[in-house]
Structure formats: structure tokens, C-alpha cells
Design a binder for this molecule. Structure first.
Ligand code: NAD
Length: 342
């Protein structure tokens, strides 16, 4: 761990996971400067304001309560010169910037590849000229695709079902290749269905947790694509932010990809009922046709590699995480109904 005054850059830092990570980093002793580098294509400056996380309980912290500042720099990971500038003097970079939509990738695979894979190579090229820069990058459990056999150990071969997953696999492979080939200190973490406050329910193709919570809060039906028996392993965003921040301050590296998940597997039907319980309403479930490129089951091997690298991280339980999510979305929907910015 570097003792003093680390500068950390978070690409995609104004996005859902990025904004939580920037807060977490700003609270860490030894981190003196946090820069969110983001083109604001799906993230927003609002996510980095204190008000964004007001009143949603103790598992998230507001910016500036006792931590440092987060500076937002608007720019794209595709702009090499801008990257060089923002990474000047940095000790670590957490690479979250991506176009994370599976549906968008089905409509425009080349765009998905450009942002997710080429964007990662641009960043790695800057890192290559600064060999001390530690890189932690977000990969995705979707790289496993249709591979049969649960749970999913990291060694299982990948079989992406969408251009998004293929682009994340390519990005992850480049991160590991630059680690092996050029000796860069790198870590690639495969995220599994991250959820929590700041994840929007109102975007097209929003993630399942905010979609279910918003529907339950509005007393509307919860629509499930397919039979609802498909399973997912959900990780609370605060847990993800903790792992990422620990990786940064302890300069954790690994020559292989690491599953960032804790093995709490639930079906979408079970999730829908739990959301109803937490919101305090009976849920009305409707089934719709399955989504192309959707994954049937997803469950990592419960954290063997992760636990070895991050023995101190205890995950927030699904119920607690949902309580935080419901509190945040309830407030966000209240603001919407009163015409205030959300
Ligand atoms: P998000 O859309 O909220 O965050 C992505 C951020 O990247 C946004 O702020 C966006 O504006 C920014 N961005 C996009 N293109 C950019 C570019 N060219 N240059 C700079 N910034 C750019 O999504 P998220 O859920 O916070 O995802 C963060 C990362 O985690 C992504 O890499 C995603 O693939 C990965 N991931 C997320 C999940 C999940 O469940 N949320 C699961 C697996 C992997």
C-alpha cells in the first residue's frame, strides 16, 4: 500500500458504480485526489453531488462528509491526449467506462466494440508508457455466456452471447495481456449483476433490480422476460466499491480474471417476491417473451479467488441492499412526481 497522497482516476466515474467508488475512495486515508473521467454519455454530474445519495441509509456515504474532493473531468477514453493529461501524476486508474447495454450492442456491435474494447486499449497504451500506474478494470460475468455447469469458476471457458459480452471479454483479455506481456500491474474483475442506489429505473433497458423496485413502488406489474426461473448473483454496489477501493490502496494484481461475487444466487421470481416484501406490497408478476442474448443462469464459484485477494470484504446481504435501493428509488420517484430534478 502506498502510504501518502495517492491520485486515483476513475474512468466512468460519473456512472452508477463509478460514483459510489469515487465516494469510497475519497474517504480512504492515503487517497488525496480522486478524478472521475467520464464523457457523461450514460453517467451524470448529479451522481457525484451529495444530494444524490441523501436519505438512503447507512450503507452509502455522502461526498465530503469527512472525505476528500472528487473532481469531474469530462472526456472520452477514446481520446488519447485527454487520457494522458488526466492520468498525469496518477498512481492508479479504475477503468469502468463502457457502454454497458446488451441491447445497444445488439443494435450496434461496432459501437460497443469501439467504446469497450478499443477504449480499453487506448487506456492501456497510456498505462504502458507509465509502468507504475496500477490498473483495475471492470469485466463482466456475461463473458461466461451459455457455458453450462454452475457454479462458474474463473477457469471456465467463455462463450459470449452478445457483442457487449464479447467486447468485455476482449477488453479483459487486453488488460491481462498487457499485464503478462508488458509487466503492467493489472487486475480484471468480473462483476455479477451490480445493483443499488443511483441505478436508474427510467432508462431504456434498465437493469432488473431498479425496474422491479420502481414497478412495485408505483403498484404496477413486475414484468419478467421468460419464465423467471433464470438465476442471477446480485452484488450490492457498496460491496463492489469496497473491493475496488481495497484493490487500489493495496495495489492488488492478478494474472487471471477474478469473479467479483459472493455466490448468493436467486431466480428472478424469487427476486420479484423479495422486492414486494421489502417495498411492503403484494406483487403482480407478468411474463413476457425472453430477451435475445439473455443468460439463463449465472453463479460464480463462491469467491475462492476473490476471498484470497480480499479476505476482509464482507458482502452486504441482498435484503439489506434492497432496503437501501428501495429507500433511494422511493425518494427519487417522489422528486420526479413533484417535478424536482431526480
Ligand atoms: P454506467 O453506464 O452507469 O457507467 C458507465 C460510465 O461510463 C458512464 O458514466 C458513462 O457516461 C461512461 N462512459 C461511457 N463511455 C465512455 C467513454 N467513451 N469515455 C468515458 N466515459 C464513458 O454503468 P455501470 O453499471 O456503472 O458500469 C460500470 C462498469 O461495470 C462497466 O464497465 C460495465 O461494463 C461493468 N459492469 C457492470 C455491471 C452491472 O451490473 N452494473 C455488471 C458487469 C459489468
Amino acid at each position: 500500500m502506498k502510504g501518502v497522497a495517492m491520485k486515483v482516476v476513475v474512468t466512468g466515474g460519473a456512472g452508477f458504480i463509478g460514483a459510489h467508488l469515487c465516494r469510497e475512495l475519497a474517504m480512504r486515508p492515503g487517497v488525496s485526489e480522486v478524478v472521475a473521467f467520464d464523457d457523461l454519455s450514460s453517467g451524470s454530474a448529479e451522481n457525484l453531488k451529495d444530494e444524490a445519495l441523501e436519505d438512503c441509509g447507512g450503507a452509502v456515504r455522502a461526498l465530503g462528509t469527512s472525505g476528500g474532493e472528487v473532481r469531474l473531468v469530462r472526456g472520452s477514453v477514446l481520446e488519447r491526449e485527454h487520457l494522458e493529461e488526466v492520468l498525469d501524476g496518477a498512481d492508479a486508474v479504475v477503468h469502468l467506462a463502457a457502454c454497458p447495454s446488451v441491447t445497444r450492442s445488439m443494435d450496434d456491435p461496432a459501437f460497443s466494440h469501439r467504446v469497450n474494447a478499443t477504449g480499453t486499449v487506448r487506456l492501456l497504451e497510456v498505462c504502458r508508457s507509465r509502468k507504475e500506474l496500477h490498473l483495475v478494470a471492470a469485466s463482466s460475468s456475461s463473458v461466461y455466456g451459455s457455458v453450462s455447469g454452475l457454479p462458474e469458476p474463473e477457469g471456465l471457458s467463455a462463450r459470449p452471447l452478445s457483442p457487449y459480452s464479447a467486447s468485455k471479454l476482449a477488453a479483459e483479455a487486453y488488460v491481462l495481456a498487457y499485464g503478462a506481456g508488458f509487466g503492467l500491474p493489472t487486475l480484471a474483475l468480473r462483476f455479477f449483476n451490480v445493483y443499488g442506489p443511483l441505478q436508474r429505473a427510467d432508462k431504456p433497458h434498465a437493469a432488473v433490480v431498479p425496474t422491479f423496485v420502481a414497478a412495485a413502488l408505483r403498484r404496477r406489474p413486475l414484468c419478467i422476460k421468460g419464465d423467471g426461473l433464470q438465476t442471477r448473483d446480485f452484488t450490492y454496489v457498496g460491496t463492489v466499491a469496497r473491493v475496488l477501493a481495497d484493490a487500489v490502496v493495496r495495489r492488488v494484481t492478478c494474472p487471471a480474471p477474478v469473479n467479483l461475487a459472493f455466490g448468493e444466487r436467486v431466480s428472478l421470481l424469487e427476486l420479484a417476491h423479495l422486492v414486494g416484501e421489502v417495498v411492503g406490497v403484494p406483487v403482480d408478476i407478468r411474463h413476457e417473451p425472453p430477451r435475445p442474448g439473455d443468460i439463463r443462469n449465472s453463479q460464480p464459484v463462491a469467491g475462492t479467488l476473490l476471498r484470497r485477494l480480499f479476505p476482509d470484504v464482507a458482502p452486504v446481504s441482498l435484503r439489506t441492499g434492497l432496503e437501501q435501493t428501495v429507500a433511494w428509488l422511493r425518494k427519487s420517484l417522489d422528486r420526479e412526481s413533484t417535478g424536482l430534478p431526480v
